[in-house]
Design a protein around this ligand. Structure first.
Ligand code: PLP
Length: 475
């Protein structure tokens, strides 16, 4: 395999194919439409509550769903399960220190454990945390501590058709204005910006936010779940970075921050795990004490030794430019196909997923009729494709009504993607008939995970009547 920095020959003429061959396979569930209808009904119309055995192509998330490499499988066998100071921890610590430059490295069982610990040790009621866009569990953990999370995304992030290259950026003008009046506890830059469409954050923006924070003595942290995908976009899109290696670009981002939270289930290409790393000895000490209380001894932090080894290998594999080129191309290919199929998507496509603009596809539904949920349910019913709503169901005040179709890393091939595009085309053809949804039952927070929903019958007052369904070729 080509090492970091190496570039494939002859890129000019050939298809960017999967830079791996398949060594273990898993059958895919194939269901009838009637089976899908009853599965969705039984799940309260909530795709999170479907059993995986009822899903044909699972694009719910790219989190923890990647395929391990043979090298990672070997690392699992070599894992050292010593309670304290195991070899696997040393390997993990070495890789994370080399990647980030941060001396203090703490494994946790997944990213949100680091969020919860950080919120508990560093936030008081009324504190303010500013971000480009907080991830949903990050926001929930901040609010659970009584603090306030404030998103300051750039305005282009709110316009799905805007093709700006770095729509994940934080709005620095608004940050500067805010800092004259208030003192946030810290700023979290999410790279790539998941909630805003998997959009990258430019190195210029990371540097500007870092300078603003450090001028007034406020720490800046990276939520670095997709640090490698972000580095790839910087390499491809940002003037001045095209000749810098991917590991060096990633490192430049970490150098500008004071620490990072990282879910290893994304660019760690592992099934579980996460970490917190920092250069701040005081914060590290507070974190360590709380870690022992909930996660475990600091050299395993809620993980098995074998997981630490697997993550160490995955973090380095994610920086391979041949892998990242294929990864970005897969997402772009998927987005192009969906657009040809008549599905409006957020442009340009992000690093890990295509975000379909359900609000634009289903203008007959108001945002409160959950067009994102409606499109996600339709894709499932049509072809067993599972995506996730990112709109009013997930964030009750969301202005964009999106469905995210995330690509697990190294799992699906181009023909799987082609099938999903065919399913989407059939859904787009009868978009006008897709009904809205209402929420019947919901929990106190993170309601999208467990809400029960119901179809709004097309005869409900206020709901526009739709024409009879067009005949579809395959019945
Ligand atoms: C997934 C994710 C998290 C949370 O990590 P988990 O491992 O799922 O707990 C936090 N931030 C971002 C940007 C993420 O994508």
């Amino acid at each position: 395999m080509a090492g970091p920095g190496a570039v494939s020959p002859d890129l000019a003429w050939h298809t960017i194919f999967e830079p791996f061959r398949i060594k273990a396979v898993e059958p895919i569930p194939l269901l009838t439409r009637a089976q899908r209808e009853s599965a969705l009904e039984a799940a309260g119309h909530n795709l999170f509550k479907l059993p995986a055995t009822a899903v044909t192509i699972d694009l719910l998330t790219d989190s923890g769903t990647g395929a391990l490499s043979a090298t990672q499988q070997a690392a699992l066998l070599l894992g050292d399960e010593s309670y304290a100071g195991g070899r696997s921890f040393q390997q993990f610590e070495r890789v994370v220190q080399r990647l980030t430059g941060y001396p203090y490295v703490f494994p946790v069982h997944q990213g949100r454990a680091a969020e919860r610990i950080l919120a508990r040790v560093d936030l008081k009621p009324g504190d303010l945390v500013v971000s480009n866009t907080l991830f949903d569990t990050t926001r929930a953990n901040i609010e659970q501590a009584g603090a306030i999370g404030l998103d300051l995304p750039v305005s282009s992030s709110r316009v799905p058709s805007d093709r700006s290259p770095f729509k994940g950026d934080l709005n620095v003008d608004e940050l500067v204005r805010l800092l004259t009046a208030q003192r946030p506890k810290f700023v979290i830059l999410t790279i790539t910006n998941n909630a805003a469409g998997g959009q990258p954050v430019s190195m210029a923006n990371i540097a500007a936010v870092s300078a603003c924070c450090h001028a007034v003595g406020i720490p800046m942290l990276l939520d670095a779940a997709r640090f490698a995908e972000n580095a790839w976009f910087v390499h491809e899109r940002e003037p001045g970075w095209g000749d810098t290696s991917i590991p060096a670009i990633a490192r430049a981002a970490f150098d500008l921050a004071d620490g990072c939270l990282l879910s290893a289930k994304k660019d760690g290409i592992s099934h579980i795990g996460g970490l917190f790393a920092t250069r701040d000895p005081v914060l590290a000490e507070k974190f360590r004490n709380e870690l022992i209380l909930g996660e475990g001894f600091p050299t395993y932090g809620g993980l098995a030794g074998r997981d630490l080894s697997c993550i160490a290998v995955g973090l380095e594999e994610a920086l391979d430019p041949d892998y990242l080129r294929y990864r970005a191309r897969s997402v772009a290919y998927f987005a192009e196909g969906l657009q040809r199929a008549g599905i409006p998507v957020v442009e340009p496509p992000g690093g890990h997923a295509v975000f379909c603009d359900a609000g634009a596809l289903l203008p007959h539904l108001s945002p409160d009729e959950l067009p994102g949920q409606a499109l996600a349910a339709a894709l499932y019913l049509e072809g067993g494709v599972r995506g996730v709503e990112i709109g009013r169901l997930m964030f009750p005040h969301a202005s964009l009504q999106l469905v995210r179709l995330a690509l697990p890393r190294r799992v699906y091939t181009q023909s799987h993607v082609d099938y999903v595009i065919e399913v989407a085309e059939r859904v787009a053809r009868r978009a006008g008939d897709i009904p809205g949804y209402r929420i019947v039952e919901e929990p106190a927070f993170l309601r999208h995970f467990s809400a029960v929903m119901a179809v709004i019958p097309p005869t409900t007052p206020g709901h526009s009547a739709s024409p009879p369904p067009a005949p579809s070729p395959a019945g």
